[in-house]
Ligand binder design. Sequence first.
Ligand SMILES: Nc1ncnc2c1ncn2[C@@H]1O[C@H](COP(=O)(O)OP(=O)(O)OP(=O)(O)O)[C@@H](O)[C@H]1O
Length: 515
Amino acid sequence: MFDRLTHPLHYAEDLLARFTALAGSRGSRQLQERLVEAASSLTGCPLGQLFLLDATHTQLTLAAEWLDGQPHSREADTVSSDYNDQQLLQYCLCQNQVLYLAQLDNSLYATPFLPATNADWRSLLCLPLHDDQQHVAGLLLLASHEALELHGYADSLQLLGNFALHQLHLLQQVQQGQSSTTEVREPAPNYPRGYGLIGDSPAMQAVYQLIGKVLHNPVTVLLTGETGTGKELVARAIHDYGSRRTQPFIAQNCAALPENLLESELFGYRKGAFTGADKDHRGLIDSADGGTLFLDEIGDMPLALQAKLLRVLQEGEVRPLGSSDTHMVDVRIIAATHQDLQAQVRDGQFREDLYYRLTHFPIELPPLRERGEDIRILAMHFADEACCFLQREICRWSDSALEHLAGYSFPGNVRELKGLIARALLLCDGNLLLPEHFNLPETISQPNGLSLRERMERVERNLLLDCLQRNQGNQTSAASELGLPRRTLLYRMQRLNISPADLKSRERNHVQSGQ
Ligand SMILES: Nc1ncnc2c1ncn2[C@@H]1O[C@H](COP(=O)(O)OP(=O)(O)OP(=O)(O)O)[C@@H](O)[C@H]1O
């Protein structure tokens, strides 16, 4: 971490002292100032800045600035969510990438976030900072009038910055606790899961069982299933929970690159193998040595490459492009496809020998519509996760919204459900998710075998139950909210078989699901 620094030991000692100083900060302001001061002093840069994302993750604000050995205050400078005029900050934040520019004065990028000084700013280091859930939550920025080699400070300063963010979070929690005006948020409930996947349906239980069989056995696994059913997630689970977890996991989508590029990416090449190959390049198979290589969309791999892959699977041998030698690798291959590989074999698009080699241990991921009971817990899990990410209060669900989702066929499976929830949360101004927040395409919504009348009755039943629940079971207030005479409400309740027991069981469900 310190190998690019001139006095690593001295730097490490100073860095440790800064951690201690940050831990001893007595308030948010002091903590933020100590961080920018520390970063500026450790790197010898006259400027240190800390930008923080707001709770909705749409605005970036300059929280602290250190300039020429002292705190520098300016008008709160807020950068809006599109960061249009702040491309450098946007790059770091959205790409989650460290940015280092040694010759800022020659660059075409605008730097309105840097304070105006007599001398021009020449070098810049900008680091994304992460919260305890590993989400980007801010930026630490250093700048100098000299062309300094700042890159060597990136890793250690990022650790220092992340530590400061965690401390900041703790301080805020303590302050909130003391003011006791803020409600303590219920911890998110634990949804049934296996190997990090959410879902409790018999179909998913069967998947968990199969995953368990291959965790400690490097057999080749073929994951099949429609798009968005979680194939990549399962591949990662097999790696993360298996014996190779400390080794690399490398994923490559075979449909993403043309044949020659895919070949050089996977197998690597030797200098001079083709025009532009000016040095040896290590392929992904080599990079995954000891670990796992996940080949997504294997059905799109060109036939010529299929033969080379078969050699890797059978002999463990790799021959880079332009090389006459082969070398051995120890890579576990997990492949995935949403296509019918057998049909592709029949059509001559997929090698039969590779097909049999890959299908030693197939795992099929069931489509979401065939595991309706998982829709509810997945929906709640994604909503909780998104609320945590946006740092907003956990949303409650109306039964009608959950039913609305349960009646949909989800051609895009879990990925589509996740997207729908993210959108619904943006549309939901309050804290209760309702059917209107989910704009499901009518044309592919499945009636689940119910007639129109039955579906209408279901909607009406949920609407009445929602309203009664809001009014604590008081029929007079519910009727008045609905603009109905009480007698009509009672009549409709009777027709739709709504009893006080229904209300009670609904309340119980809400409590159980943490609502
Ligand atoms: N059981 C699950 N629990 C939690 N999240 C899931 C589950 N299944 C899928 N997801 C989420 O759904 C999204 C799509 O999953 P993934 O990319 O693994 O699907 P896929 O089958 O590989 O899709 P494709 O065939 O299009 O590549 C991801 O965000 C993933 O985290």
